[in-house]
Design a protein around this ligand. Structure first.
Ligand code: SAH
Length: 355
């Protein structure tokens, strides 16, 4: 089963659809959406993420959040939240690593923002004993200090794509050609949200804009600015997006994003400038963007890997060495993935990041 008939019907009714509408339907359609119906993570799935590679990732992220919590005066109670928690591995590692921080667990109300029923079930199992709460969106975050993490969450949020044309833009749209989905271009029109991209683009350049991220960051950053807290946002992308980064992954391979809709993971690189602007507009400060490898090295991942490796040999030792390399090496995830921190203007950035 895939979503092709439903998408073709919608195109017949309303005309060609934006990449954002296509992404939202393929990933989150309540019945047939990619995330709604399965657990796609891990070696047997379609892709693997940092927390699934090694416990070191979640441990260091947890300790960075906990140190921020100490630095900001042990705010209590507070909300410990994760956006798009996948299998719950990252949150489980955060909670285990922060057990040694007195008062942290007792003050934390654990909140998971997750729309997928299939993944909520996995999270409930992995986190049983911690009594987390689930929410569909950040709009109803409790009115508490907020310590939040999001790993590979913003890259699955829908994007629109625009091709520079004269002083305006033509949107890349998805239509029907002989019963198959195909890319086309809409009419030229001004796009006020892209005014700041006129200066750094030329005819034919493609830029992407996330439709949901600014509002989500707005909610998170407002809470951090008014109540205190920190957000660690980890994703692949860069300060400013340029070019087509819309891609589909299936069985760890890149596939055509328009083939077999609903059965592949669809992502786009995150434009961190957009997140930073939304955070500033909501009154929060943000860190410099740091490559994941640099962030983890600053937090002591090498010492942690050595500790985990001591006493191991053979395949178990290789696994720790490979995980360390995979998370930090510039040729692997170390450079492509970036970390942005949000914090109150009166506080310092979380450990691992610079103002
Ligand atoms: N953070 C996890 C999983 C990343 S996959 C990890 O690092 O392993 C993306 C996650 O975001 C999945 O849990 C998916 O179900 C969730 N998700 C995607 N779109 C969402 C949305 N609009 N609201 C809430 N959760 C969403």
């Amino acid at each position: 089963m895939n979503l092709l008939p439903l998408l073709l019907e919608r195109i017949a009714q309303d005309g060609p659809m934006s990449v954002a509408d296509y992404m939202a339907t393929c990933l989150m359609h309540p019945q047939y959406g990619y995330y709604s119906t399965r657990d796609p993570l891990g070696a047997d799935g379609d892709f693997i993420t940092a927390p699934e590679i090694s416990q070191m990732f979640g441990e260091l992220v947890g300790l960075s959040l906990a140190q921020s919590w100490l630095d900001q005066g042990r705010l209590s109670p507070f909300c410990l939240a994760e956006l798009g928690p996948g299998r719950g591995t990252l949150m489980a590692d955060i909670l285990r690593a922060t057990r040694s921080v007195p008062g942290f667990a007792e003050a934390a109300e654990i909140l998971l923002v997750e729309v997928s029923p299939a993944l909520r079930a996995v999270q409930a199992d992995v986190l049983k004993g911690y009594a987390p709460r689930w929410m569909d969106s950040v709009e109803t975050l409790p009115d508490l200090p907020l310590f939040l993490v999001a790993n590979e969450f913003f890259d699955v949020l829908p994007i629109r794509q625009f091709l520079r044309s004269g002083d305006g833009w033509r949107e890349r749209l998805i239509g029907n050609r002989d019963g198959s989905l195909t890319f086309g271009l809409g009419a030229q029109a001004p796009q006020p949200a892209l005014d700041h991209r006129i200066e750094d683009t030329t005819e034919g350049d493609l830029v992407e804009i996330s439709t949901m991220s600014p509002a989500i960051i707005g909610h998170v950053a407002r809470r951090i600015a008014t109540r205190g807290g920190t957000a660690l946002l980890v994703d692949y992308g860069d300060w400013r997006s340029l070019g087509d980064t819309f891609q589909a992954l299936r069985g760890h391979e890149k596939v055509d994003p328009l083939t077999d809709p609903g059965n592949a993971d669809l992502t786009a690189h995150v434009d961190f400038e957009l997140l930073a602007q939304a955070a500033r507009a909501a009154g929060a400060a943000h860190s410099r963007l740091a490559p994941q490898g640099v962030f983890l090295e600053r937090l002591g991942i090498t010492a942690r890997a050595q500790k985990l490796a001591s006493g191991l040999e053979g395949a178990a030792l290789d696994k720790v060495i490979r995980a360390h390399r995979r998370l930090t090496h510039p040729g692997e995830m170390g450079q492509l993935f970036k970390v942005l921190g949000l914090f109150p203007a009166s506080a310092s950035p979380p450990p691992g990041l610079e103002p």
